[in-house]
Write a protein that binds this ligand. Structure first.
Ligand SMILES: Cc1cc2nc3c(=O)[nH]c(=O)nc-3n(C[C@H](O)[C@H](O)[C@H](O)COP(=O)(O)OP(=O)(O)OC[C@H]3O[C@@H](n4cnc5c(N)ncnc54)[C@H](O)[C@@H]3O)c2cc1C
Length: 432
């Protein structure tokens, strides 16, 4: 039997990737984190201006904290809510640069492909014994890393969903890009001049859309010429308001409540059932259209913010064997827990190696990417995922199976059918 310490390649130095590396180090494994960006927390820094709705106590992984404590970390107040930038600066950067992880992280290293050494996807016999081969690009060109296990924690930030209601880009969307921003622009800071005094359409019903709408409403207080149009794909906007006071994450509940108040006060024009099909740049303004077999309507705006969520980039996993849910593009066993078609719970039964393992032995998808297209991921969930995955890689089945997590309820849990067993809300005690 081999006694060498296993090498664990981790794709992405976001909060979950670094937590995976911390757990691996604690267990005597050799983690190597490959990060595409120039700094750790590259994706988090893109939304650095956004204040998180979960306080520090939810945002720090246990193994990472132990590594930081060992080097005299000045830990933040657990009750405070960091911005993305603060999460990167006060937690991720010291973890990667000052703790025992410092020799295990390679930045500016973008993974382009994962394969099994000497085995193409078809070949089976002996496959599980072959090491993984990760192809990555750094400043010096194309590189190869061999590893016994791979945890893909590369997130979804760099592949936002397009505006088109059918999941494709709307006709004309690409040529109109100069007037479109995806995700959550820094409306009150860096991008203020872009939006102040303009007519701005926001498309989407999640937390990012809510955040942008609230920020635009604040601009409108000092620049009354600013017009805000909220494009909602659903028949009514109410679903987007969340659990309000029932949400156990107070800041998350307050986000929806503030959005509801702004809509009620008339500061935001709502266009329900607006399913974008085409976007035209017309005399420097956007003509955003929603056409169906029965009818067509459009609005004209100066700017469009598309906050319709994200999807995983699966291209780097093309040469390994995957089993993903056909709708959500998440690991198959996870889909019943998070499918937004069946329930709106932000609360998900804790899960780990068993649900996240792929048919390719030693390969796991974790963090934001593990949720595929589902929108309800929480960092705490990701930390539990990688604790369990690393235990599995280390051969500690008991620890891999153990559940060590209690998640806050969202206060919303609308089942679409009474039977919550197969693909409904997990048994968290959330009201059905
Ligand atoms: C605006 C916003 C606010 C949020 N607020 C909260 C909150 O309050 N509480 C909460 O619990 N969750 C929140 N989330 C959800 C989630 O916890 C975060 O998105 C979190 O950053 C996910 O961590 P991650 O490590 O899985 O992925 P990411 O943070 O996205 O990290 C992935 C990393 O992988 C790198 N990468 C990507 N592709 C490659 C590649 N091919 N090769 C190498 N590296 C690669 C990226 O550069 C990035 O650094 C929020 C999300 C957003 C977008």
């Amino acid at each position: 039997m081999s006694t060498h310490a296993k090498t664990v390649a981790v794709i992405g130095a976001g909060p979950v990737g670094l937590a995976a590396a911390a757990h691996a180090l604690e267990r005597g494994l050799i983690p190597i984190v490959l990060e595409a960006g120039a700094d750790v927390g590259h994706a988090v820094r893109q939304w650095g201006h956004v204040r998180m709705f979960s306080p520090w106590e939810y945002n720090i992984d246990g193994a990472a904290e132990r590594l930081l404590d060992a080097v005299g970390w000045n830990s933040p107040d657990p009750t405070q809510y960091p911005t993305g930038a603060e999460l990167a600066e006060h937690y991720l950067a010291p973890l990667a640069e000052r703790s025992a992880l410092q020799d295990h992280v390679r930045t500016s290293s973008r993974v382009t492909a994962v394969a099994r050494s000497g085995f193409d996807k078809i070949k089976t016999k002996g496959r599980a014994l072959a090491p993984f081969e990760l192809r990555y690009q750094n400043g010096a060109g194309s590189r190869i890393l061999r590893a016994d296990a791979v945890i893909d924690a590369s997130g979804t930030w760099s592949s936002p969903n397009p505006a088109g209601a059918n999941g494709l880009e709307a006709v004309g969307e690409a040529p109109a890009r100069e007037r479109i921003v995806y995700g959550m622009p820094d409306v009150l800071g860096r991008d203020r001049a872009r939006y102040a005094g303009k007519k701005v359409a926001v498309l989407g019903s999640g937390h990012s859309a809510a955040g942008s709408l609230i920020d635009l409403a604040r601009i409108k207080e000092s620049e009354p010429a600013t017009e805000i149009v909220w494009l909602v794909r659903g028949e009514t906007p109410e679903k987007a308001f969340g659990g309000g006071g029932k949400d156990e994450l107070v800041a998350r509940g307050e986000l929806g409540a503030r959005q509801a108040r702004l809509v009620a006060a008339g500061g935001i024009e709502v266009q329900p059932a607006f399913r974008v099909t085409r976007i035209d740049l017309d005399a420097d303004r956007l003509r955003i259209g929603a056409e169906s077999s029965c009818c067509a309507r459009h609005i004209v705006a100066d700017e469009l913010i598309v906050a319709t969520g994200f999807r995983p980039d699966l291209s780097l996993l093309r040469e390994v064997r995957l089993s993903l849910d056909p709708a959500l593009e998440c690991p198959l066993a996870l889909a019943p827990l998070i499918d937004p078609n069946e329930h709106s719970c932000g609360t998900v039964r804790p899960h780990g190696a068993r649900e996240l393992a792929q048919p390719e032995p030693g390969l796991y998808i974790a963090g934001m990417k593990s949720y595929g297209r589902a929108p309800t991921f929480l960092l705490r969930t990701g930390y539990e995922q990688v604790r369990s995955i690393v235990a599995d890689i280390a051969g500690d089945r008991a620890a891999a199976e153990r559940v060590e997590l209690v998640l806050p309820e969202t206060g919303v849990c609308n089942l679409s059918r009474a039977d919550s067993g197969a693909r409904g809300c997990p048994s968290t005690g959330a009201p059905a």
